[in-house]
Design a protein around this ligand. Structure first.
Ligand code: DQA
Length: 189
C-alpha cells in the first residue's frame, strides 16, 4: 500500500524543469518543421503566365490572312500551352475586343502571375490607358505582335505598351507568342 502511494506520488509530482525542457523541444521541433516546409511550399506554387489578346484577334485565320496567317487564335493558345507545360507553368489565355476589359484583366491578375504576354493589337498604337495599366504590373511583361509593325504603315511603329514592357517580339507570327512564353516560363528570377 505504502509502496503504491509512493509510486503514484512520484508519477504525479510536478517537475517544472522537465516541462520547460519539453516545451523548448516542442518549439524547436515546430521551428524546424516550419523551416523544412517553406522551400517545398515555394517550389510547388503553380506559376501562371497570362497571355492576353486585344481587338480583332478573335478573327485570326479569316482576318487578312496574307498578314496574320491562317492559324486561328485557338491554335496559338494551344502552342502557348504546349511550350509552357514542360516548365509546369499554366497559361491564362484570353482575348477581348474592349480596352476597358483588357485593363480590368490586367488589374485582376497583376499580383498573381509570374509573367504577362500581351498582344494589344490596334490598342498598341493608341492606348495610354493600357500603357498605364501595364506600368503597374510587378512582373515581366513581353509585348508580342504577329507582324513586324516596323515594316508596316508608319502609325503602327508607335507602340505605347512597349514603352513600359520588359521586351517586345514582333514579326515571328505564332513564334512571337511561343518565344515570349518560353522566355517567361524559363525565367525564375
Ligand atoms: C498586331 C499589329 C497591330 O498593328 C494590329 O492592329 C493588330 C495585330 C500584330 O499582331 O501584328 O491587330 O498587333
Amino acid at each position: 500500500m505504502q509502496g503504491d502511494a509512493h509510486e503514484s506520488e512520484q508519477k504525479s509530482a510536478p517537475d517544472p524543469s522537465r516541462d520547460l525542457a519539453y516545451s523548448i523541444r516542442c518549439n524547436e521541433l515546430v521551428r524546424s518543421l516550419q523551416r523544412y516546409r517553406m522551400p517545398s511550399q515555394t517550389s510547388v506554387q503553380p506559376r501562371t503566365v497570362a497571355v492576353f489578346n486585344g481587338p480583332n484577334l478573335n478573327l485570326l485565320g479569316v482576318r487578312e490572312p496574307e498578314k496574320y496567317g491562317l492559324r486561328p487564335l485557338s491554335e496559338i493558345e494551344q502552342a502557348c500551352r504546349d511550350v509552357a507545360a514542360p516548365f509546369e507553368v499554366s497559361i491564362d489565355f484570353r482575348q477581348t475586343n474592349h480596352e476597358g476589359v483588357l485593363i480590368d484583366w490586367i488589374q485582376e491578375v497583376r499580383e498573381n502571375i509570374s509573367g504577362l504576354v500581351l498582344n494589344p493589337a490596334a490598342l498598341t498604337h493608341s492606348s495610354v490607358a493600357l500603357m498605364d495599366a501595364l506600368a503597374t504590373v510587378p512582373v515581366k511583361v513581353v509585348v508580342v505582335h504577329l507582324t513586324n509593325i516596323h515594316r508596316r504603315e508608319p502609325f503602327r511603329a508607335t507602340d505605347y505598351p512597349a514603352k513600359v514592357s520588359h521586351g517586345v517580339i514582333a514579326g515571328l507570327g505564332v513564334g512571337s507568342y511561343t518565344a515570349a512564353v518560353r522566355y517567361l516560363a524559363e525565367d525564375t528570377d
